[in-house]
Ligand binder design. Structure first.
Ligand SMILES: O=C(O)CCC(=O)C(=O)O
Ligand SMILES: [Fe+2]
Length: 209
């Protein structure tokens, strides 16, 4: 009878329902203030601490790509976040993510079994050319998730817009702090425009199988 108790337990979450509707209708969803100002600050401090400890690596594309080729495609520095070694801010991050994933799995039978997340720093002048997130011969990536950790008062002229290449539209999304963008990894081509001011984020993927 355990299914009966699960059914009783279920509480509809309006925010998650909006994400699910958006994804069904347009393959992407933009959520303002998914993370509060305080959470963004904690996560940005955590990113900067990891950076000070010199844990960041130049992002790679596949294994054997020549460094100059990589630089012409993407210039961000990344650090993979290990849930088992998470600090307080990162634990808080994963608590929210796990809640969302639990909801998606229960309501949409999405079957997300794995997830991976990294911090990203885009130094001034860097970008990430138009791509699809499953190009690294990993078709298990189902949903891409980006959250922005920039300072309050981020301006459009700082650059670093995320552009989603949709069927009939190029959707320009500014990396405002606390904003989260979720989109279908296997469908939506996208690009990070050159940044004029250092840009901070966490990017990750919800994966099946
Ligand atoms: O930072 C963003 O807005 C997107 C990053 C991205 O496309 C990626 O890391 O694959
Ligand atoms: Fe991407």
């Amino acid at each position: 009878m355990s299914h009966l108790f699960e059914a009783i337990d279920f509480v509809e979450n309006a925010l998650y329902e909006k994400i699910i509707d958006d994804l069904a209708q347009q393959q992407y969803s933009i959520v303002e203030n998914f993370f509060s100002d305080k959470e963004v600050e904690l996560l940005r401090d955590s990113l900067l601490k990891r950076k000070a400890d010199d844990d960041f690596k130049k992002a790679a594309i596949g294994n054997r790509t020549n460094e100059n080729i990589i630089k012409s495609i993407r210039g961000d520095l990344i650090f993979w976040i290990d849930e088992l070694r998470a600090n307080a801010a990162e634990s808080l991050f994963f608590t929210k993510i796990n809640d969302l994933v639990g909801y998606l799995n229960r309501t949409c039978f999405l079957g997300v079994l794995f997830k991976e997340f990294h911090y990203a720093i885009y130094p001034k002048g860097t970008f990430y050319k138009r791509h699809i997130d499953t190009f690294q011969n990993d078709d298990r990536r189902k949903l891409s998730f980006v959250c922005y950790l920039n300072e309050d008062g981020w301006l459009p002229e700082n650059g670093g817009e995320l552009v989603l290449y949709l069927k009939n539209e190029e959707k320009v999304i500014y990396p405002f702090p606390g904003r989260v963008v979720i989109f279908e990894s296997q469908i939506i081509e996208h690009e990070v425009k050159p940044v004029n001011t250092q840009r901070f984020s966490i990017t990750g993927w919800l994966k099946t199988r």
